[in-house]
Design a protein around this ligand. Structure first.
Ligand code: 5GP
Ligand code: ZN
Length: 115
């Protein structure tokens, strides 16, 4: 945990959030400024600054996040129609919060494919 980190504060409940999922390793909550009808952030409960900071020890968090996204999609009803997952990593990507987070976007058809 990092005391100055916004997402660590959200995980601890010090900053309010709208929770959509939680387990031992993962916390999922609604993005405050949604970029799609459904926009959920899925984060590891351990403070990992970005994708670039991942170590072998963090393997369990990565797997838990992937499982959680699948579960959230099922629970929230967008698994069948599909969804997009975005991870910003570092300066050029525009990453603003330095706590690894997966953006899960759903609820419309994404026309502007980047890749
Ligand atoms: P990044 O640009 O770092 O990939 O994404 C950060 C995301 O966090 C943005 O989509 C932004 O809307 C979201 N965000 C920033 N502050 C808060 C907050 O206090 N609560 C919630 N729920 N989301 C936040
Ligand atoms: Zn953090």
């Amino acid at each position: 945990m990092d005391n100055d980190c916004l997402f660590c504060k959200i995980i601890k409940g010090e900053v309010p959030s709208t929770k959509v999922y939680e387990d031992e390793f993962v916390y999922g909550f609604k993005d405050i400024n949604p970029a799609a009808p459904i926009h959920i952030l899925v984060v590891p409960k351990k403070h990992i600054a970005s994708l670039a900071e991942l170590t072998d020890e963090d393997e369990k968090y990565v797997w838990a996040i992937h499982k959680a996204m699948n579960k959230i999609a099922e629970e929230q009803g967008f698994k069948e129609n599909g969804y997009r997952v975005v991870i910003n990593c570092g300066k050029d990507s525009g990453q603003e919060v330095m706590h690894l987070h997966y953006h899960v976007l759903a609820g419309n058809k994404f026309g502007d494919k980047i890749v």
